[in-house]
Design a protein around this ligand. Structure first.
Ligand code: OSB
Ligand code: MG
Length: 368
């Protein structure tokens, strides 16, 4: 890959609705759009999905900028690679910082696929023409949740995920169930419980949830294994799985029956695909998680979710779920519960340059 420049576009936009979890509210989203351009002026795009503050993982937009500027981009300047897969081993010289790594690695995949004139989904081994879409309701009121669910179901989403915590669980879900007895629902706790809450978690079994996501500590796989033995609802791990090895160990221990794969959290598409392949072999269900992202990351998620193991609808919603206007063209749309996997080369979406400029708060250019 003959890279001539890398640009980092830091952008910021308000969410249409605040995204509330027990860890706080997300009102605005900052993101880093990575543009890797080669000597033939072909550009690949990636998106850094760390948040402005370290509430979900330890990374932030600032730490990602630091890692990209002072370590990852210089590493790539010093050690040119032939294939995007090589980025994974190259970046191993730097510990963790997976979201910073993924921002750059995904841009390299897009560039590679564009040079080959093949859709990224095909390069990764995707087989599906359209992917089932789910959406997240993240509010602190039952009435608001039910209203949002009504709107989302009218838009065709195939399943709903709600955010729960010990102050918003049993009666919250039971009220939603009263309105929607058959609705496929999953609940995401973002580590708001401990094993002391086991009775609260057992009580949720009666609602027939598809799964409960990350009930216990964000870095735990041992207690999740104990919990999974005690409850009927399937445990899904999100925060706890940041590498292929984490997935392997969690599956070995019986810590979960489902894994939420997020490209950013695991450090890129290569690692995400490895986890997918392993889960398929081990009969562990997978689905593609979301990060309240802009369109570039959405596009990468769509390519990943076209792999054959992604049978459960992911948190891959339409661009208008969060944004007045997205930075890609066309925007992502959900039709009859599905998103069509683009057939154009690379991520298959163009950049809405006008919108990108409008949201831009900082830009850095690295010449190779
Ligand atoms: O825990 O899955 C999560 C959003 C930001 C940070 C963590 C999580 C989420 C979501 C997905 O729940 C939201 C989305 O992008 O649809
Ligand atoms: Mg989650």
């Amino acid at each position: 890959m003959k890279i001539s420049s890398i640009k980092l576009h830091v952008i910021k936009a308000p969410l249409k609705l605040p995204f509330l979890t027990h860890l706080g509210a997300v009102n605005d989203r900052e993101s880093i759009i990575v543009e890797v351009t080669d000597v033939d002026s072909i550009s690949g795009y990636g998106e850094g999905v760390a948040f402005s503050s370290p509430w979900y993982t330890e990374e932030t937009v600032e730490t990602s900028l630091h890692m990209l500027t002072d370590f990852l981009i210089p590493l790539l300047q010093k050690h040119p690679i032939d294939h995007p897969e090589d980025a994974n081993s190259l970046f191993k010289a730097i510990r963790k910082n997976n979201m910073a790594k993924a921002a750059l690695e995904t841009a390299l995949w897009d560039l590679y696929a564009k040079r080959m004139s093949i859709p990224l989904s095909k390069i990764l081994g995707g087989t599906c023409e359209k992917i089932p879409s789910g959406v997240v309701v993240a509010t602190d009121s039952t009435i608001k949740a039910i209203k949002q669910i009504e709107t989302f179901l009218a838009e065709g989403y195939q399943r709903i995920k709600v955010k729960i915590n010990p102050k918003q669980d049993y009666s919250f879900i039971s009220e939603i169930r009263r309105y929607y007895p058959e609705l496929p629902i999953m609940a995401d706790a973002n580590s708001s419980y401990t094993l002391k809450d086991i009775d609260r978690l057992k009580a949720l079994d009666e609602f027939g949830l598809l799964m409960i996501e990350q009930p216990l500590a964000y870095d735990d796989i041992v207690e999740h294994a104990l919990l999974q033995k005690e409850i009927n609802t399937s445990v899904c791990l999100d925060e706890s799985i940041v590498t292929f090895e984490d997935a392997r160990k969690a599956i070995e221990l019986g810590s979960c029956r489902v894994i939420n794969i997020k490209v950013g959290r695991v450090g890129g598409l290569y690692e995400a695909k490895r986890i997918h392949d392993f889960c398929v072999a081990k009969n562990i269900q997978v689905w593609c998680g979301g990060m309240i992202e802009f369109g570039v990351s959405r596009a990468h998620n769509i390519a990943l979710a076209s792999l054959p193991g992604f049978l459960i609808p992911g948190d891959i919603s339409s661009s208008n779920r969060f944004w007045e206007e997205d930075i890609i063209t066309p925007e992502v749309i959900v039709e009859n519960g599905f998103i069509t996997v683009p057939q154009k080369p690379g991520i298959g979406f163009g950049i809405n340059e006008k919108r990108l400029q409008k949201l831009l708060i900082e830009k850095k250019v690295f010449v190779f």
